[in-house]
Design a protein around this ligand. Structure first.
Ligand code: UDP
Ligand code: MG
Length: 326
């Protein structure tokens, strides 16, 4: 039976703990890196002492083509302590691909991905590992309270999750990329070879036993958010086009509706001509042309978005290059 000790579950007589890798994607995180490295090392030590993870567990920083002092800081940390490792990508490939690079470098045991700014509580990791030891392959970190985020961030995030649900994409609300993956789930995630990577959509698709851990989101330790409005819209579009054909169906539905409207208006014109005084209709004609023209352009744009995805997918280009490791 596990017993409670200083708020941490200690597994008595449980089998050897596994090696844990904490994956931290970093893009120009110089202002926060030292502080977050210290917090992560402390949390790792706690888990080692509680017998949850093996002594050889590590924090793996993935430098996603930073242009500031992020990489020198990582190499310094790695030189000073065996608990830190680093991997430098040849250029900025984006958060999702940086995570993928980290996942592909893990050799054994479970891994937890967390942002470098530590807006997500590191303390939740103990509970994540406990779920893993109880047989879960996927443990989601879910933000219970995000009042620390700006109103803009909260509103756009809420709209994002709503939009995904309407589009029929299965997503875990208020879960970003803070999660534990067991070795089986990690292998399954790596077997998805898509170019337009959207891990929040892929992870629910792999199945396995899952659990969630809830925590309160805090403000960034320092620096600025790398997710601009443009990047968020890109991620949302990627999520939708990679996981749902609902927009394409909507176009078909829209087409049918406009066609029916056209039929009704023709019938009305005939009735109008026969029984009433028909008005000179250039304004209504103009409005109809604009409306239908606009709808057609919109429909073309949506179809184009999908074609664009097919275009990038078929090329099968490599998703990242590793320039250096520590
Ligand atoms: N990040 C990255 N590559 C990028 C953009 C961001 O590796 O091109 C990392 C970033 O360093 C951080 C994480 O992704 O560790 C999440 O970014 P951020 O905290 O800026 O996003 P937010 O929390 O504001 O959504
Ligand atoms: Mg953040």
């Amino acid at each position: 039976m596990p017993k409670k000790e200083e708020g941490v579950l200690v597994h008595e007589g449980a089998d050897q703990p596994d090696v844990l890798t904490i994956i931290v994607p970093c893009y120009n995180e110089e202002p926060v890196l030292l502080q977050s490295a210290a917090c992560l090392a402390e949390q790792l030590q706690k888990m080692v002492e509680a017998g949850l993870v093996a002594q050889q567990s590590k924090v793996l920083f993935v430098d996603d083509g930073s242009t500031d002092q992020t990489w020198p800081i990582i190499t310094n940390l790695a030189a000073r302590s065996g608990s830190f490792g680093g991997m430098k990508l040849s250029r900025n490939v984006g958060h999702q691909n940086a995570l993928l690079a980290g996942l592909s470098a893990v050799q054994e045991g479970p891994c937890i991905s967390i942002d470098a700014d530590l807006q997500d509580s590191v303390a939740a990791m103990s509970a994540m590992v406990e779920h893993y030891r109880d047989g879960c392959q996927v443990v989601y970190g879910v933000r219970q309270d995000r009042s620390a985020d700006t109103l803009f961030k909260r509103t756009t995030a809420r709209l994002f999750y709503r939009f995904m649900t309407i589009m029929g994409v299965e997503t875990i609300e208020d879960h970003a990329d803070y999660r534990l993956l067991g070795p089986e789930a990690r292998k399954a995630v790596l077997s998805f070879t898509e170019e337009n990577l959207y891990l929040r959509g892929i992870v629910p698709l792999v199945g396995f036993r899952t659990a969630s851990v809830y925590y309160t989101r805090t403000p960034r330790l320092g620096g600025e958010s790398k997710y601009t409005l443009f990047r968020m819209v890109t991620l949302a579009l990627r999520g939708v086009t990679s996981f749902s054909v609902v927009p394409l169906r909507m176009i078909a539905l829209l087409g049918v509706s406009v066609f029916l409207l056209g039929l009704v208006s023709i019938l009305w014109s005939v009735v109008d001509k026969l029984f009433f005084q028909p008005a000179i209709g250039w304004a209504s004609l103009n409005a109809m042309i604009c409306l239908i023209g606009g709808l057609q352009m919109l429909a073309l744009g949506i179809v184009g978005e999908y074609i664009g995805c097919i275009y990038t997918e078929v090329k099968r280009r490599p998703r990242f290059f590793i320039e250096q490791t520590t």
